[in-house]
Design a protein around this ligand. Structure first.
Ligand code: 2AM
Ligand code: CA
Ligand code: CA
Ligand code: CA
Length: 269
């Protein structure tokens, strides 16, 4: 099986497992704050994905959100190392855990493969809608087998724009501050609860753009490649190119990228 078909099959398997445990009274704990939740299903999903990938690609490295170092000072070092590794899988086993815990549809499994820091494959699976988005470097982006393209909108006024509210209070305040500049200018704002889902929707043209502060590689890596392959653009919120260490991100159809960037710059963090 090709790399992308393997990643899609694993994302589907993990997504089905997650969905089957919805509402079953799984154990939920908090991590860095009471806003930052994790369930035993996040951990089980990561374990499943890690195991499956190791069966097929025993030599590839793995970077998942629920690993012990992932929220320590070691993370930046690990991401810098990932930029020179031949193959590293970057995995968010459930993106949108707050949705999952509340029983709100719109959580995803996000799986990306980087080669020497360059993204070469990405899959985002939404098990509640059975929606799967994927891309391979140079081969275009797809949703459920059909090619996808970013929205043709050329202004914020023609675009539905999305953001998220991270659990980190400083990052959340930055998002709130930036809304004041952006919300009056765009057609509407959405916050669906999964950064990966937002990025997938920018790629498919459902959304014109997405921005958020304080994300990590596992939230965005797959979505970055899917947007780029769908004809869109991703940068950090100061306009620098995407890399695995970017935390403050804008993904857009390209045409409205600079307008959004200019609107965000004065808030910058
Ligand atoms: P998660 O559900 O995998 O934790 C919501 O705004 C988005 O922010 C989600 O994609 C969520 O991912 C992510 N997120 C939640 N807590 C975060 C934190 N402490 N730091 C960075 N991102 C976070
Ligand atoms: Ca989390
Ligand atoms: Ca996440
Ligand atoms: Ca997660």
């Amino acid at each position: 099986m090709s790399v992308i078909e393997t990643a899609k099959a694993i994302a589907r398997e993990a997504g089905a497992m997650i969905k089957s445990h919805m509402g079953t009274g799984f154990i939920t704990e908090t991590k860095s704050s009471s806003f930052d939740v994790v369930t035993e299903i996040d951990k089980a999903s990561e374990q499943l994905i890690r195991q499956r990938l190791a069966e097929v690609y025993p030599d590839h490295a793995f970077l998942g959100e629920e690993e012990s170092f992932a929220h320590s000072g070691e993370l930046q070092e690990r991401l810098e190392l990932a930029k020179s590794e031949p193959f590293v899988w970057i995995v968010d086993p459930i993106d949108g855990t707050n949705n999952y815990v509340q029983g709100i549809p719109g959580f995803t499994v996000s799986i990306a493969l980087a080669c020497h820091g360059e993204l070469i494959a990405g899959v985002i699976y939404d098990p509640c809608r059975d929606d799967i988005f994927w891309a391979e470097k140079g081969k275009g982006a797809f949703q459920n087998g059909e090619p996808i393209h970013v929205s043709p909108a050329d202004s914020l006024g023609q675009s539905v724009v999305s953001t998220g509210f991270p659990s980190n209070t400083k990052m959340r305040q930055a998002v709130i501050d930036s809304l004041e500049g952006i919300a009056p200018q765009c057609r509407s704002i959405r916050s669906l609860g999964s950064a990966a889902l937002h990025l997938a929707y920018v790629a498919s043209g459902r959304l014109g753009a997405f921005w958020e502060y304080g994300l990590n590689a596992w939230d965005i890596a797959a979505g970055v490649l899917i947007i780029e392959e769908a004809g869109g653009k991703v940068s950090d919120t100061l306009g620098s190119p995407y890399s695995l260490t970017v935390k403050h991100v804008i993904g857009s159809n390209g045409r409205i990228h600079n307008t959004l960037l200019e609107t965000l710059k004065p808030i910058g963090i």
